[in-house]
Write a protein that binds this ligand. Structure first.
Ligand SMILES: Cc1cc2nc3c(=O)[nH]c(=O)nc-3n(C[C@H](O)[C@H](O)[C@H](O)COP(=O)(O)OP(=O)(O)OC[C@H]3O[C@@H](n4cnc5c(N)ncnc54)[C@H](O)[C@@H]3O)c2cc1C
Length: 232
């Protein structure tokens, strides 16, 4: 956290002006005011599963955020089911286990071969005692007397008093630039289909492997490309 804030101060010292609390809705105004625009909008929230009882399911991104901001205030279930099998699901399972859950199960709709989390992270949580349940397609949350008691997955029920979903992130609207499978399409110079509008980071990662280092590298390469375009 401290290192990130130091970096923010560093770019401010370089003359970058930061405006917070602003949601950009369209690019017209920005394009009129600036010679180039870079989109680093990342990805959106966790999508809905669309199953009965979903209002009882916690959002994995919020779960992780809370664990960083105020872990002592978190209510962790005794028996936690995390829906998903990507790196966010692994983080949720780790939070649950480390903060006191006695049983943590990852429920994944596919087979073991389809797990998208890094293998070393899968090994890590298995060593932590987290179990995997494959071919578990959630169909409804089981609630008895207003209390969550399980997650029904077709013809079986996984017992749970807390359910967390970590099933990926929605793509954000692309501001009128061309998209590929919901991600912003860029050329080798990180320029989108709209001249003068560049993009990088998670919002262009159509192949799904996304990390902070990749986003930072995109930003540097796009900045160089923008500089080249000005110099002709
Ligand atoms: C749970 C989890 C764990 C992760 N762990 C790791 C890890 O351990 N190591 C690693 O390298 N990577 C990790 N990642 C991935 C990493 O967080 C991303 O790859 C990285 O943050 C991408 O950076 P970005 O700048 O593209 O997008 P983001 O960091 O998502 O930033 C996008 C920003 O744009 C803002 N924004 C979006 N739309 C608008 C708009 N219309 N107007 C104004 N602002 C807008 C958003 O609010 C956000 O602040 C993790 C991701 C998740 C979800």
């Amino acid at each position: 956290m401290e290192a990130s804030l130091e970096e923010v101060q560093m770019i401010e010292r370089l003359g970058v002006r930061i405006e917070t609390g602003v949601e950009v809705q369209a690019l017209d105004e920005l394009r009129a005011r600036f010679d180039a625009v870079f989109l680093g909008i990342g990805l959106g929230r966790t999508p809905a599963l669309g199953i009965p009882g979903e209002e009882h399911i916690l959002d994995g991104l919020d779960y992780i955020e809370q664990s960083k901001l105020d872990p002592a205030a978190m209510k962790i279930g005794r028996s936690v089911v995390v829906i998903g099998a990507g790196n966010t699901a692994i983080d949720c399972a780790t939070v649950a286990k480390r903060l006191g859950a006695s049983r943590v199960t990852l429920a994944y709709r596919g087979s073991e071969e389809g797990v998208r989390a890094y293998p070393h992270e899968v090994d890590f949580i298995r060593r932590e005692g987290v179990e995997f349940r494959f071919h578990a397609q959630p169909s409804r949350v089981v609630v008895e007397g207003g209390v969550v008691t399980g997650l029904a997955c077709g013809d079986f029920i996984l017992p749970a008093d807390q359910i967390v979903k970590a099933i990926g992130q929605q793509k954000l609207p692309g501001f009128g630039v061309a998209l590929e499978r919901g991600f912003v399409r860029v050329n080798d110079e990180f320029e989108t289909s709209v001249p003068g509008v560049y993009a990088g980071g998670d919002c262009i990662r159509v192949k799904n492997a996304a990390s902070t280092v990749m986003a930072v590298q995109d930003g540097k390469l796009a900045a160089q490309a923008i500089d080249r375009s000005f110099r002709g």
